[in-house]
Design a binder for this molecule. Structure first.
Ligand code: MOS
Length: 695
């Protein structure tokens, strides 16, 4: 009971739910035991655009064990404002793979077999799924996600570019990419009168309950969402997905609990993706490498039913000093599934382009790429003039260069050879916003001195449960062993989602406030806890709104060493080092794992990930992990993440900036820059497949 707040002894060093996970005690959404459950299997459209003329379910309904077939003819009317959740509400088909019907049956196998017997008649219309730089439908959205200006301009970028002694003008492309969390999306739904309970795999039980209540016209208190363990999300589970709606709808139709698990193949149409981008970056600079102008013009895509405007050029607004600047975003509405969040949406594809262009500028100026970035470090946020709450990009670059062994690097491309391998190194900067959102938490203690902390946070594999325990124990000033943390349930005090790298900062703030309030109560009673125990609840809304109007970001420097087989174009990455400044690191083991996870996803983006769309069918043929390639152990040797001690005074008592996304940002550019250094070939269109490296 005498542990000093902040001492290492108060903190758990490893995942507290590790034993539950490795022994199988931890239950993911689909694994919860509910008696009498039926199963639902979704049916997807086989055309990319048109109308459903008729749905013939007679053969499916004749199969023993089939309980119902939900179609646009018989589905209950839904409310809510997300067209992707308005299942079976219309006969219009907006993309191939759209959910158009579902079979409910006593077993999963029966539901699946019966789904194959449902006959759907269509009137097919012509579709357009191909993004081009001159697409006739390009338009300017009102804003880009989540609520940024679509375009920004300062000074005279065109004039400055025309006058610049050194000018880089390049177009970079990133392909469509699909989030593939290990646990596919799944829901179990059960109704008790007008009350709905969902076991759901999502990134935020409070938000999921609120959205699903809206869809079914319920009060949020009538929906309970339990997400005890979640096997990854990366944005694909940022809000509830069609699996939750379909399970709830089916459960209502058959009067039994219903289980819905999407397959990996379903996910490629149903849970969002990172939209492809076409990005023109122009950099004007003096011969000393000092930027005079930056222009970043982005073309992206959305669906025809919902606008999702990825904020691809937004990072460019705060990275480097330059008096003349412009960023723009244009979108085409295509007959594709609606894009959605995928780890560092905006920053990740945008920084591939900007950080590749910075490498090209360094070469054009004959300046070391680490030094070039340091030379363009701004004093305040370039487009707003706001002070940075803390900004340690330069420290990340300097310390990273020292750790990586960057000094003395010969800049000449395509000159180092080790047997069949051409070798090279590359660097790129990383950044991600550091924000916190209003959340609530409760802390209580019983007479025996056992503490309970409750918040509707969720652990999607990040170690959030462990981090919150560390934060709670520290704020309470007791050993972690005396504290139990309850998360993963919308019945707990309402919390923000595990998204936007805001989970820990938002939840820690609320947990700290509740624990401090409880501690005050205990102190006021001279430590005597009454028979009924004590409890305190805190909400951070006012404190979040009272934060000073500063520019808050994490920063990082990514270093890569690559080997490229001169004959086959095969790329290997023997070393990746990320050095980050992300405020206070709460639990080092988990932070390291998050950073490395992000970097691994960036490696995957650099070398493999590409959702190719077939223009004839309007669909992604590589919609499984056999043909949608992701990085594997053989791609990389030593992958290491480090951080510098950053004393961030804001935001909130945890002083943590969030680490979920900064790790992916810049990794692909560092690898592409290293590939150029190794081979002399600049790949401006991801992924860096071997065919692009064969002359
Ligand atoms: Mo993250 S893409 O904000 O879940």
């Amino acid at each position: 009971m005498n542990a000093t707040p902040g001492t290492q002894q108060a903190r758990p060093a490893t995942r507290i739910d590790g034993p539950d996970k490795v022994t199988g005690r931890a239950r993911y959404a689909f694994e919860h035991r509910v008696s009498g459950a039926a199963y639902v299997w979704p049916i997807q459209s086989t055309i990319a655009k048109g109308q459903i003329l008729n749905v013939d379910a007679s053969a499916a309904l004749a199969l023993p064990g089939v309980l119902a077939v939900l179609t646009p003819d018989n589905a209950p009317r839904l409310a809510g404002d997300d067209p992707e959740l308005a299942l079976f509400q219309s006969r219009a088909v907006a993309y191939r793979g759209q959910l158009i019907a579902a079979v409910v049956a006593a077993t999963l196998e029966t539901a699946r077999a019966a789904a194959g017997l449902v006959r759907v008649g269509y009137e097919q219309a012509g579709h357009d799924v191909t993004l081009t730089p001159d697409h006739p439908g390009l338009y300017k959205p009102d804003h880009v996600n989540p609520n940024f200006a679509t375009d920004t301009e300062a000074g005279d970028p065109d004039g400055a570019l025309a006058a610049a002694p050194v000018c880089i003008d390049r177009t970079y492309r990133t392909p469509g990419e699909h989030n593939n969390p290990m646990e596919p999306h799944a829901t179990i739904a059960s109704w008790d009168g007008g009350e709905l309970t969902l076991y759901d795999s999502d990134q935020g039980p409070s938000m999921a309950a609120r959205v699903i209540a809206g869809v079914f016209g319920l009060h949020p208190d009538q929906v309970r969402v339990i997400a005890e363990h979640v096997g990854g999300g990366f944005g694909a589970k940022g809000g509830p997905r069609p699996n939750a709606v379909i399970a709830a709808m089916a459960a209502k139709a058959v009067g039994r609990p219903v289980k819905c698990a999407l397959t990996r193949q379903h996910m490629f149409a149903v849970v969002g993706h990172r939209a492809p981008s076409i990005q023109r970056v122009r950099l004007g600079a003096g011969r000393d490498g000092r930027l005079t102008a930056i222009a970043h013009d982005v073309i992206g895509q959305t669906s025809t039913i919902k606008e999702f405007a990825e904020q691809t050029a937004v990072a460019t607004r705060h990275m480097y000093a330059a008096p003349n600047r412009r960023t723009t975003h244009r979108l085409a509405r295509l007959d594709v599934p609606t894009p959605a969040w995928m780890r560092a949406p905006g920053e990740c594809p945008g920084m591939f382009a900007l950080e590749s262009a910075m490498d090209e500028l360094a070469i054009a100026c004959g300046i070391d790429p680490v030094e070039l970035r340091i030379r363009n470090e701004p004093d305040a946020e370039p487009e707003t003039g706001k002070p940075f709450s803390s900004r340690n990009l330069v420290a990340c670059l300097r310390e990273g260069a020292a750790w990586f062994g960057w000094d003395g690097r010969d800049p000449a491309p395509g000159t180092r050879r080790d047997g069949p391998w051409l070798t090279g190194t590359g660097v790129a900067a990383s950044t991600y916003p550091a924000r916190a959102m209003a959340s609530q938490a409760r802390a209580s203690v019983d007479e025996s001195g056992r503490y309970q902390v409750a918040i509707a946070a969720v652990d999607i594999g990040t170690g959030a449960r462990t981090a919150l325990l560390a934060v709670a124990a520290e704020a309470l000033g007791v050993p972690a062993g005396q504290v139990t943390v309850h998360i993963g349930d919308s019945a707990l005090p309402q919390a923000f989602i595990a998204g936007g790298s805001m989970g820990n900062a938002s939840w820690s703030w609320a947990v700290t406030a509740a624990c401090q309030a409880l501690r005050e109560q205990i102190r006021a009673r001279d430590g005597a806890i009454p028979p009924g125990g004590l409890s305190a609840q805190s909400a951070t809304g006012d404190a979040v709104r009272a934060l000073p109007d500063h520019a808050r970001y994490s920063f990082g420097a990514q270093f890569a060493e690559v080997r490229v087989d001169a004959d086959t174009g095969e790329v290997r990455v023997p070393r990746l080092l990320g050095v980050f400044a992300a405020g206070r690191i709460v639990v080092p083991a988990m932070a390291r794992s998050q950073f490395i996870g992000g970097m691994t996803m960036g490696l995957s983006m650099a070398l493999h990930e590409e959702s190719t769309i077939d223009p004839r069918f309007g669909d992604y043929p590589n919609h499984d992990l056999a043909s949608y390639h992701i990085a594997a152990n053989a791609d990389v040797g030593d992958i290491d993440a480090r951080w510098i001690d950053e004393d961030e005074p804001e935001p909130g008592p945890a002083r943590a900036k969030g680490i979920g996304e900064v790790g992916i940002v810049g990794t692909a550019a560092a690898i592409a820059n290293a590939v150029y250094h190794a081979t002399g070939i600049r790949v401006r269109e991801l992924p860096i497949r071997l065919d692009k490296l064969l002359r």
